[in-house]
Design a protein around this ligand. Structure first.
Ligand code: ZN
Ligand code: MN
Length: 490
C-alpha cells in the first residue's frame, strides 16, 4: 500500500435534447409530457417508404453550441444509419453521424477550486432520439411511447481530460449553463433533456510499475449529483477490483455499467472486447449537408455573450465574487434582470447587495431563480434607488423586498404609504431640531466650541433627532441643518 498511487481518467459523453419546435426528420411536435403516442407520424414510426427531411433549426442549434465550444465546424457532413434492434426505435436503426460529425476539436474552460482547466471536446454531432419504454404497474408487459422517437439529440464527446468526480460535475454544470444561455435546450435533467455518461479508468502506479484498469462506462445518468457520485464510486470499485484480481486493460474487458441511485453503486450491464458492430453506413434517404460560409458567419454573429465571459465581466465590472457571479450567470434570465435593473438607473453597489442578500434568499427559500420571483426590473431598480438616494436604509429595503413578493405596487409607493421613508424634509426636521436645541443648552454650547467635547456634543444632538424621528431622519439633512443653526447663533 505504501508505494501505491493512482491517477483518475474521466471522459464524458453527453446527450442534450434540443428545444426545437419539431422533430429532427419530420414535422411532429417535439414536446414533453403529451399523451403517449400522440406526437407521431409514419416517418418517426419508421414506416417503409417514408422519407426523412432534416430540420435546419436543429442543425443550427448544434452549430451554435459547437461554435461556443470553440469547435471546428465542418462544411460537409452526412447522415449515417446506426443499426440496432430495440422496441423503442421502430426503424431498427438510428440516424446519426459517424465519421463526419458536424464539428470536432473544440475546448471549454472550467474553473475548479479557483483553478482554470481546459477540457478538450472531441466531437459534437446530431442524431435522433429513441422512444421510451414504460414498465408501469404489474401488468406483465411493457408499453412503448414513441413521442420522443426522432426528436433531435446533440451528442457531445470530450477527450478524457477530467481527473476528479468534481471536475466532471463542474463540466456538466458548465455545459448546462452554456446550452441554456445559447437557447438551444432547457437542459431540464428531471425530464431527461440532458443525460450524462462518464467513462472512467485508473492509471495505478505501484513499485515503479504502471497498471491501467479496464474502462467502465456508466450509462444514462440523470443528474449532476449522480454523475459525481457514480465517478467517485467507480474509482473505489476499480481500485479494489485491481487489488483483489490484478485485472488490467490488457487482461480484462471494457464494461458498461448502470447506476443504482438507492444503493449508490454501479451495476455491471455487459462486458465487451470491442465496440459493437453497429454496421454504420450512409443513409441513402438523406442528402449530405453542405453549409454555406455566410450562414455560419450569421450564426457566429448571433451568439450571445457566453457564460465564461459574462461571469468575468460581472466580477470586474460589478464587484461580484467569483461564487456570486457564477450563481448569477448560471441563470441567464436572472443575469439579464440584473442588467435591466441597472440600465433603469439602479445604483450598482446597492443592486449587487440586494441580489446577493435578500433576493437570493427569497429565491432559495422558494426553490426558484431570482428571475422567477416575479418582481420586475423596474421595481427592483426603484427599491435600489430609494436606498441610493438615502430615502430608506438597507434594513427597510429588506422589509420592503418581502412585501414586493406579494404586492404589485412600486416600492416607493409602499414606503410612502407605510411611512417608511427617511425624513429629508428640511422644514419638519428643523422644527424638531429647534426643540432639541432649546432643551439642551449645554450641548449646544459644547458643539459651538472647538475642542474635545465638540464632536461628542454633535453626536448627542444628532442622536436626539434620530430618537424623536424613530430613526427615519436623514442624517445628512440634519447635519447640514445643525451646522447652519450653530453658525447662525454665533
Ligand atoms: Zn413524426
Ligand atoms: Mn448517441
Amino acid at each position: 500500500m505504501s508505494d501505491l498511487n493512482y491517477k483518475v481518467i474521466i471522459g464524458l459523453e453527453i446527450h442534450v435534447q434540443l428545444a426545437t419546435q419539431s422533430k429532427l426528420f419530420c414535422a411532429c411536435p417535439n414536446r414533453f409530457g403529451d399523451e403517449p403516442n400522440s406526437n407521431v407520424c409514419p416517418v418517426c414510426m419508421g414506416s417503409p417508404g417514408t422519407l426523412p427531411v432534416m430540420n435546419k433549426k436543429a442543425y443550427e442549434f448544434a452549430v451554435r453550441t459547437a461554435m461556443a465550444m470553440n469547435c471546428e465546424i465542418a462544411r460537409y457532413t452526412k447522415w449515417d444509419r446506426k443499426s440496432y434492434y430495440y422496441p423503442d426505435l421502430p426503424k431498427n436503426y438510428q440516424i446519426s453521424q459517424y465519421d463526419l460529425p458536424l464539428s470536432q476539436n473544440g475546448n471549454i474552460e472550467i474553473t475548479v477550486a479557483g483553478e482554470q482547466k481546459k477540457i478538450r471536446i472531441r466531437r459534437i454531432h446530431l442524431e435522433e432520439d429513441a422512444g421510451k419504454l414504460l414498465h408501469e404497474g404489474n401488468v406483465g408487459f411493457s408499453q412503448v411511447d414513441l413521442n420522443r422517437t426522432g426528436t433531435p439529440l446533440m451528442e457531445i464527446v470530450t477527450e478524457p481530460d477530467l481527473s476528479t468526480p468534481e471536475e466532471a460535475r463542474v463540466f456538466g454544470t458548465e455545459l448546462r449553463t452554456l446550452v441554456r444561455t445559447l437557447g438551444v435546450s432547457e437542459a431540464n435533467m428531471q425530464q431527461g433533456q440532458m443525460r450524462l455518461e462518464p467513462n472512467i479508468n485508473l492509471v495505478i502506479t505501484k513499485d515503479g510499475k504502471q497498471y491501467k484498469t479496464p474502462i467502465a462506462e456508466v450509462k444514462n445518468l440523470g443528474s449532476l449529483r449522480a454523475l459525481e457520485r457514480a465517478c467517485a464510486y467507480e474509482i473505489q470499485r476499480q481500485l479494489a477490483d485491481w487489488e483483489k484480481t490484478g485485472v488490467t486493460m490488457e487482461t480484462g474487458f471494457k464494461s458498461t455499467r448502470g447506476w443504482d441511485e438507492q444503493t449508490g453503486t454501479t451495476v455491471l450491464q455487459r462486458e465487451k472486447e470491442e465496440a459493437e458492430d453497429y454496421r454504420y453506413f450512409p443513409d441513402p434517404d438523406l442528402v449530405p449537408v453542405v453549409v454555406e460560409k455566410d450562414w455560419l458567419d450569421a450564426i457566429r454573429k448571433s451568439l450571445p455573450e457566453l457564460p465564461i465571459a459574462r461571469r468575468a465581466r460581472f466580477q470586474t465590472q460589478f464587484c461580484f465574487s467569483e461564487k456570486d457571479a457564477t450563481t448569477l450567470v448560471e441563470d441567464r434570465a436572472t443575469a439579464d434582470l440584473f442588467e435591466q435593473a441597472l440600465s433603469l438607473g439602479a445604483p450598482v453597489k446597492v443592486l449587487c447587495n440586494h441580489f446577493i442578500s435578500f433576493w437570493a434568499m427569497h429565491a432559495n427559500q422558494r426553490g426558484v431563480s431570482i428571475a422567477e420571483l416575479g418582481v420586475s426590473a423596474p421595481r427592483m431598480a426603484s427599491l435600489a434607488k430609494l436606498v441610493g438616494d438615502n430615502k430608506i436604509n438597507n434594513t427597510t429595503a429588506a422589509a420592503l423586498a418581502e412585501k414586493l413578493l406579494t404586492c404589485p405596487d412600486d416600492p416607493a409607493d409602499i414606503a410612502q404609504r407605510e411611512n417608511l421613508m427617511q425624513v429629508s424634509d428640511a422644514s419638519s426636521l428643523e422644527k424638531i431640531l429647534d426643540e432639541i436645541l432649546i432643551a439642551n443648552a449645554k450641548a449646544v454650547e459644547d458643539a459651538r466650541t472647538p475642542g474635545k467635547k465638540q464632536q461628542k456634543a454633535f453626536g448627542f444632538i444628532l442622536g436626539q433627532v434620530m430618537q424623536k424621528t424613530r430613526g427615519q431622519a436623514n442624517p445628512q439633512v440634519v447635519n447640514q441643518l445643525l451646522q447652519k443653526k450653530l453658525a447662525e447663533k454665533n
